[in-house]
Design a protein around this ligand. Structure first.
Ligand SMILES: Nc1nc2c(c(=O)[nH]1)N[C@H]1C(S)=C(S)[C@@H](COP(=O)(O)OP(=O)(O)OC[C@H]3O[C@@H](n4cnc5c(=O)[nH]c(N)nc54)[C@H](O)[C@@H]3O)O[C@H]1N2
Ligand SMILES: Nc1nc2c(c(=O)[nH]1)N[C@H]1C(S)=C(S)[C@@H](COP(=O)(O)OP(=O)(O)OC[C@H]3O[C@@H](n4cnc5c(=O)[nH]c(N)nc54)[C@H](O)[C@@H]3O)O[C@H]1N2
Ligand code: SF4
Ligand SMILES: [Mo]
Length: 700
């Protein structure tokens, strides 16, 4: 810590953005008087994030010094959800949590306790330490499906691992295809490299999305597809590549599994077929195929968004296949990229307490928290009910699907809930015990970029306000009180970081701090799979064995028996019906990050209010005008929201940029009232952008 006695000294210190964003930007933070945060800028030292950060984090002083931050432990004194809390001591709070956990364990078995977490911070010590407590105590596991399952599964299906060409190579591409991600909102740094490629090489930017978002507005070629139809588009593109002699047969023969069968399979998947499914004109599909067929240095930047459908894994895989047909992988600036998880070869043995894992313990589906808490037998794997929760880094009473069930579950009188949070979120509001949490500049942690290749240290810069404690402190304290023993509970965050670096084949914390960060980018031939893909035979799989996709297997789920053998349109999405004629996607808002930043004044002001975008021609016959309140309804519930007429969506498609708190909506029901928690094939995942709904003018 900086000494407190020098008045108003400003120093600039390095840090890392901890939020759940592929960019993990390197930050340059003004620390004022050793106590508070001034301006936050991007640090130039990181050659990927390169001094650029998003506006919401540039204004971080607003969040870290927010007057509404939780500062002290509280216990509930009124009815559940009443918001009536009373300040208590840390000791009383932790004693209560421990007692409730021990009682649940005694009466219903250890698996009636469910530590529930997600990626509100991406630091490994603070995010993943909760597993250590879980494993040592044999509490219920969490199968983390809310974000990545469909996307990861689809990418790994082809390549065998989660890695790809250096993201900085986008800057030397001749064509960049931004597919199902909206980087202007969700990972702004992609645009830096796109700008470079356009300037230096005259590169073309293609954007494939379901609405004319700010990224698509910058595109040379804008492909507006119907939600959940990207597999069909990918197939037609490959059809054209084979048909027109634009396939790289030398590459196909050396590096892929069944190219001849793929070609034959695609003969019937022509642009006219795909046009009927995707809504794209045939000419646009032909032009896109020609562009990527001729420009071998094409970088397919594949996002999460187009995988958040019930057929999302198939769509992700199909898109990645295009790079194998053109042989783009061979070229600098070419190939397909989703995320760089595999390059770090993390060994989080100590942080997660992996030596204590008991594989017989159930792993409850994170996305099905509503079903789990309302006693759905299948969701509970026929095991004991969940009687006690500790929640860190996530806000399920806003972000999880099937909100009606989620709210019902959290309202249970016999459920004990402890929420460790920075703000009084809608989840904290439902708690019995609320604990105040530190923010990233108030604790030590380590971060690795998903959208780039740096390992970075984010050191504590200032003391936390009030009595805030870090996740690590809370987990270690609770462990002591419930009798959980593990070396990790007695180590400091810095010791955990050091041992994790060493276990993972990186040097040490000392050396990381000296270098500022580690550039973990593998050599070109590895990143481009020139020595083969990550399957035993070294081949890219056009015909994946869906039920043995490595590293993501929790047992096949959803309608996996129906998965197509080859890339295809997998018709398991919530197609529109007469009763529910609209398809709704819940794409991310620019000034929020999931439900974070919904508390900061500038973000709230910039976003305005919850709105749904409707094509004017869909609105007119229903008498809906811009700014009217409308009702969206499906089998899971209904939502009242303001209409925004916008011709950048297709007819029959609705977009609600998310995730506003439920309470920001008239009637108190947020957008996740409408989203489903049924598991996508083959390894689960929530289909947030795949919802059929009815639309009508709300009664006034
Ligand atoms: N500002 C902001 N930044 C964020 C977040 C946020 O909420 N706000 N969330 C963070 C998190 S947790 C994550 S996982 C990442 C996710 O970041 P992304 O990879 O960008 O994924 P999504 O945000 O789900 O959606 C991206 C785009 O996919 C589009 N999309 C939806 N359905 C389809 C489809 O069927 N086909 C196609 N082609 N496109 C479709 C959406 O309209 C949206 O524009 O962003 C992170 N960054
Ligand atoms: N409709 C719709 N719903 C969605 C999505 C969508 O696209 N559409 N996206 C989904 C996706 S991809 C995701 S990842 C989820 C994410 O949803 P959440 O997991 O809720 O996401 P965040 O807002 O990133 O973080 C949650 C909380 O973590 C807290 N937090 C941050 N750091 C710390 C810390 O160090 N300690 C503690 N104790 N708390 C901390 C923050 O204050 C915040 O309230 O939402 C999903 N829900
Ligand atoms: S772009 Fe993402 S990683 Fe970078 S500062 Fe913004 S939220 Fe953080
Ligand atoms: Mo996410």
């Amino acid at each position: 810590m900086a000494p407190m006695d020098q008045s108003l000294r400003t120093e600039n210190r390095p840090s890392v953005c901890p939020h759940d964003c592929p960019s993990a930007c390197s930050l340059d933070v003004e620390v004022i008087d050793g106590r508070s945060i001034g301006r936050v800028r991007g640090a130039e030292t990181n050659t990927y994030t390169a001094g650029v950060i998003c506006a919401k984090v540039a204004r971080y002083a607003e969040r870290i010094h927010h007057p509404d931050r939780l500062l002290y432990p509280h216990k509930r004194v009124g009815p559940k959800g009443s918001g009536q809390f009373e300040r208590i001591s840390w000791d009383e709070a932790m004693e209560t949590v421990a007692r409730k956990f021990l009682e649940a364990e005694r009466d219903f078995g250890a698996q009636s306790v469910w530590p529930y977490f997600y990626a509100g911070t991406m630091g490994y010590v603070m995010r993943d330490g909760i597993h250590r407590l879980r494993h040592v105590k044999k509490y219920s596991g969490q199968y983390s499906t809310i974000c990545t399952s469909t996307a990861y599964t689809g990418f790994v299906a082809g390549t065998g691992k989660l890695a790809g060409p250096d993201p900085r190579e986008m800057g030397v591409s001749d064509c960049i295809v931004i597919w199902g991600t909206n980087p202007v909102h969700t990972q702004v740094n992609v645009m830096t490299h796109v700008a470079r490629a356009r300037k230096e090489r005259g590169a073309k930017l293609v954007v494939i999305d379901v609405y004319m978002n700010p990224t698509m507005k910058q595109a040379d070629m804008a492909l507006l597809v119907r939600p959940g139809t990207d597999g069909a588009l990918a197939c037609a593109v490959m059809h054209v590549l084979f048909r027109d002699g634009l396939a790289d047969w030398d590459y196909l023969n050396r590096y892929t599994d069944h190219p001849k069968e793929l070609e034959a399979h695609l003969r019937t998947r022509d642009p006219a077929w795909a046009s009927a499914i995707t809504g794209l004109p045939v000419a646009e599909i032909e032009a896109f195929a020609k562009l990527v067929g001729e420009r071998k240095r094409t970088y397919f930047r594949l996002g999460y968004g187009f995988a958040r459908s019930r057929n999302g894994s198939v769509n992700m895989h199909a898109a990645s296949c295009i790079a194998a047909v053109t042989g783009a992988w061979r070229h600098e600036g070419g190939g397909a990229f989703h995320i760089n998880n595999a390059i770090y070869h993390w060994n989080k043995r100590v942080i997660e307490g992996q030596d204590a894992i008991d594989p017989t313990i159930r792993k409850l589906d994170q996305s099905q928290i509503g079903r789990v808490l309302t006693g759905d037998k299948e969701a509970l794997y026929n095991g004991p009910p969940v009687k006690a929760l500790i929640i860190q880094n996530t806000n399920p009473v806003t972000v999880a699907p099937e909100q009606e069930l989620v709210k019902k579950g959290f309202a249970r009188e016999d459920l004990f809930v402890c929420v460790h949070e920075q703000f009084m979120t809608e989840t904290a509001q439902m708690a019995d015990i609320v604990l105040p949490a530190t923010m990233f500049m108030e604790h030590d942690d380590i971060y690795a970029g998903g959208g780039h290749q740096y390992i970075q240290m984010g050191a504590k810069l200032i003391d936390p306000p009030g009595e805030c404690r870090s996740n690590h402190e809370v987990i270690c304290d609770l462990a002591r009180r419930v009798g959980a023993e593990h070396p990790g509970f007695t180590m400091s965050p810095r010791e955990l970081i050091d041992v994790t670096l060493k276990d993972s084949g990186w040097d040490s914390l000392d050396s990381l701090e000296k270098q500022l960060h580690i550039d973990a980018q593998p050599p070109f031939e590895d990143a481009h799979y020139l020595k083969g893909f990550a399957y035993p035979d070294g081949k890219f799989k056009f015909k994946p064995d869906w039920t043995s996709v490595p590293s993501v297997n929790n047992g096949a789920m959803g309608p996996w028996q129906k998965l197509p053998e080859f890339p295809d349109h997998f018709p398991v999405i919530e197609e529109a019906t007469e009763e529910h004629p609209f398809r709704l996607a819940t794409s991310p808002a620019r000034n929020f990050l999931n439900s974070s930043f919904t508390e900061t004044p500038t973000s709230k002001a910039r976003e305005g209010r919850p709105e749904v975008m409707i094509h004017p021609a869909d609105a007119a016959p229903k008498g809906i005008k811009d700014g009217d309140l409308v009702k969206l309804k499906n089998v899971r519930g209904e939502v009242i929201i303001h209409a925004r007429l916008f011709d950048g969506v297709r007819r029959g498609v609705l977009i609600a940029e998310s995730i506003w708190p439920n309470k920001a909506h008239v009637g108190g029901r947020g957008i996740n009232t409408l989203t489903g928690a049924d598991q996508a094939a083959p390894y689960g995942g929530a289909a947030f952008h795949d919802n059929r709904v009815a639309l009508e003018k709300a009664p006034t």
